[in-house]
Design a protein around this ligand. Structure first.
Ligand code: TYM
Length: 330
């Protein structure tokens, strides 16, 4: 049994990247591990959301966690800001995070490019807050998509530096994790890069059959396969998505069609849209059911936050001890 921690920012509905990169792993891991899964609302403040909007989106992520199969009896589900201990650890870890390495982080450089008028210190120290989320429960495994790999490496560095300086073994060295495989990057429908909220190239767990079909039929492909020409990015992405939701035989069939140059992308897309709808429909139905069940959601969150706080305060107590705080109120 290992301790597992992971979080998702409340930026709207979850897309297939979130699902296959993270949530699918949560559901499997909850069966026989000590799991903490949370909504990373502190992290979302770097982009300055409106208060009402933030509340709504936090609720959305919790509902979609549950609809995807997270079981509050098996895993601890909570909201990051309910566990203030995280902010204390964040402050303490900041002493072991260096300006140069923070400035070189890929996610920081990308955000600084995307929002040049709001390059705030929260953005710079984002990986430190993430390390605090993970280390506060002494997690050993962190189920995330490929885009978070560098943050995990930084988490290990902060943990090692803290341990070395205080000559302690308080923190483990957590590893990024994907069930049985390398970390994954779910591609978008626009032929480039990963599926992402801000790139408007995704399929969401809330999408209905018509929306799914429309999006897939519009996905970027090419003029058709040609002998000795490498597969285009757009077509590769369609195959990757198909591998996630379709039967192995279906994927095999279309791959063969591609390599003998007879494939019609329209047929492949139709099949993919059908399989995607089959996959998403039950999750979407559960989202709809849960949306009207506010009391149940609040009950779960209260219970989860309580459990998460217990674990977090245990760690903070140890950390305060090794740092040598005077601790007048003890
Ligand atoms: P966030 O909110 O951007 O994404 C949540 C999770 O979804 C994964 N993901 C993807 N995986 C594969 N393919 C994609 N196209 C794709 N898009 C998103 C992300 O890798 C992530 O696992 N910093 C984190 C949230 C966080 C966190 C933590 C995670 C805060 N504290 C502690 C783990 C542990 C983030 O912004 O994820």
């Amino acid at each position: 049994m290992e301790t597992i921690v992971s979080g998702i920012r409340p930026t709207g509905h979850l897309h297939l990247g979130n699902y296959f990169g993270a949530v699918r792993n949560f559901v499997k891991l909850q069966e026989n591990n000590n799991c903490y899964f949370f909504v990373a609302d502190y992290h979302s403040l770097t982009t300055h959301p409106e208060a009402e909007d933030l509340k709504e989106k936090v609720k959305t992520v919790i509902i979609e966690f549950l609809a995807s199969g997270l079981d509050p009896e098996k895993a601890t589900l909570y909201i990051q800001s309910d566990v203030e201990e995280v902010t204390e650890l964040y402050l303490l870890l900041n002493m072991f995070a260096y300006k140069g390495e923070l400035e070189r982080t890929a996610s920081f450089k990308e955000k600084a490019r995307k929002q040049p008028n709001n390059v705030n210190a929260g953005l710079l120290t984002y990986p430190v807050l993430m390390a605090a989320d993970i280390l506060i429960h002494k997690a050993t495994k962190v189920p995330v998509g490929k885009d978070q790999e560098q943050h995990l490496e930084m988490t290990r560095n902060f943990a090692k530096r803290f341990n070395n300086f205080y000559n302690t073994k308080i923190f483990p060295e957590p590893q990024a994790y994907n069930f049985g495989h390398d970390l994954i990057k779910v591609p978008g429908l626009d032929g480039t890069g990963k599926m992402g909220k801000s790139d408007n190239n995704g399929i969401y767990l809330i999408d209905d059959a018509k929306t799914i079909k429309k999006k897939i039929m519009r996905a970027v492909t090419d003029a058709g396969p040609e002998k000795d020409k490498p597969m285009s990015e757009g077509v590769k992405n369609l195959f990757t998505l198909m591998e996630l939701v379709s039967e192995a035989d279906t994927v095999k069939y279309f791959r063969e069609q591609y390599y003998n140059l007879t494939i019609r992308y329209g047929d492949m897309k139709k099949q993919l849209a059908e399989d995607m709808e089959k996959f998403i429909a039950p999750i979407r139905e559960r989202i709809k059911e849960l949306e009207s069940n506010k009391d149940y959601i609040n009950k779960i969150l209260k219970q989860g936050s309580g459990k998460a706080k217990e674990s977090a305060s245990r760690t903070i107590k140890e950390v305060r001890e090794v740092i040598g705080f005077y601790n007048t109120l003890k």
